[in-house]
Design a binder for this molecule. Sequence first.
Ligand SMILES: Nc1ncnc2c1ncn2[C@@H]1O[C@H](COP(=O)(O)OP(=O)(O)O)[C@@H](O)[C@H]1O
Ligand SMILES: [Mg+2]
Length: 235
Amino acid sequence: MLTVTDLHVSYGVIKALCGVSFTVGAGQIVTLVGGNGAGKTTALRTISGLLRPGAGRIEFLGQNITRLPAHEIVALGLCHVPEGRMVFANLTVEENLAMGAYLLRDPAKAATNRDYVFGIFPRLKERIRQTAGTLSGGEQQMLAIGRALMGEPKFLMLDEPSLGIAPRLVTTIFAKIVEISRDRGLPILLVEQNARLALEISCTAYVLESGHVAMEGPSADLRRDPRLRATYLGG
Ligand SMILES: Nc1ncnc2c1ncn2[C@@H]1O[C@H](COP(=O)(O)OP(=O)(O)O)[C@@H](O)[C@H]1O
Ligand SMILES: [Mg+2]
């Protein structure tokens, strides 16, 4: 579905990605893990067309999207839930979800999709008339994911869905991520500092360190890797 090859991205003189390659197959959950500043967000922003790579190639569904503008990439069904969630704080839950449906060819599907989102996240239904800014961090993350699902994406990228969220809700949200991927056969590229959780729900993992892929392989193998355990899982 998504193939990233030898990606190089810089911010002025700062090299954020130096030759990163990875792939996500149909229906898979693949994770990029790594510490703060490793280049995870840069990778997602570049795939989304928000940053231009200095070199490298990004293919989505067999199409070269490396130089496409962001709005064309979204229109292909590649949806990015950014770090920090970025819901519209002054709009209600209902209005935020409606914003996610604007690219649908068939507007009648918005109601069906909303029912699906409410089935996954019943809390959003309970808070339908509440403004997003009054939701907890975890609920805002549910809303951000729900809004993405409203547009029937073909591919979902999640940037640190666990960040700043109460541990109990993090467990719920990660279980829902697995459910969504299974239900819809939706491939997900999950970026996380929380390597423990990310390795639990993904099939394949890439460990980013200073803009390089330091380790990669089946998540189950990486969970047992002594070096990864020492650095990212606390031994
Ligand atoms: N807007 C920016 N301007 C300059 N440097 C940036 C910018 N955003 C990120 N960086 C740098 O790029 C590197 C990778 O950052 P980022 O992709 O945000 O990492 P991560 O998401 O893994 O924490 C870091 O060294 C960071 O300081
Ligand atoms: Mg980041």
